[in-house]
Design a protein around this ligand. Sequence first.
Ligand code: GLU
Length: 303
Amino acid sequence: MTRPDSYRGRFAPSPTGDLHFGSLLAAVGSWLLARHADGAWLVRIEDVDPPREIPGASVRQLETLDAFGLHPDEKVVRQSRRGHLYQDALDRLLRSGDAFECHCSRSDLAASGGVHRRCVARSPRPDPAIRLRVPDGTVIGFEDAIQGPQEQDVSRDVGDFVLRRAEGYWAYQLAVVVDDRAQGITDVVRGADLLGSTPRQIFLQQVLGLPTPRYAHLPLVVDAHGRKLSKSDAALPVDAGNPLPALKEAWRALGQDPVMIEAADGVASLLERARAGFDPDRIPHSGHIALAATHNDGFIFAP
Ligand code: GLU
């Protein structure tokens, strides 16, 4: 029997490619933190951006998680099937006047650096986006469990943000807030590339009257040249056929003691040892962490 306040974490990949080391780190980090808290660990496929989706990627991502021994505790959900939930939230926001139709084009917003503060569209468009109104002086602060205290003036730095795109697709910010709530997520653990999105998500939770989960943003993995692994062309898939080296590398990148998992001879025994020996306080508090292995080593990447 789970207590209503018990820990529920998740890993939420977008199916824009195979699982690379940066996403594996988010998967392993969120899994370890959930297991450390005796909590549940869920997987959600964030497939709300069809133009960026790679056919077959979500299936391969799930197979890769499986090969790495990271098994979700509940049925995997797909955002592409959950449009009705996003529509309900959007309808509420439209009714309350917190969301509005926006006819501005990209060029309309160029003068304000893309930050939307009021509509300046010269002509209506057939496919308006829907944005959330962010009143002046909306400053959101939160304590990130890894990155420390954060604060952002959402009105000034981001402006009124998109909830449904002009093409009709759901925006990540809306879908993630609705789903984290619908799935009862208490702890969001993900890469630090999403640190800057968190104030938007907290503000949206506040407007919708939803509780805010705890947040922990893991350091971003960079390559030997300091380039983001997740965004660079060099974001090679991890090798699902040989998971141990990448799991060991993830353990090291999370600042954990290699001795703890030294004796492991398979995925299950490694994860069992990792679960027992994991110390959240050892996770580096930096924004970046360099990958020790290079592509030339090849050993953690798919051949
Ligand atoms: N789907 C997002 C990504 O793959 C992650 C969203 C999240 O963890 O909140 O970058």
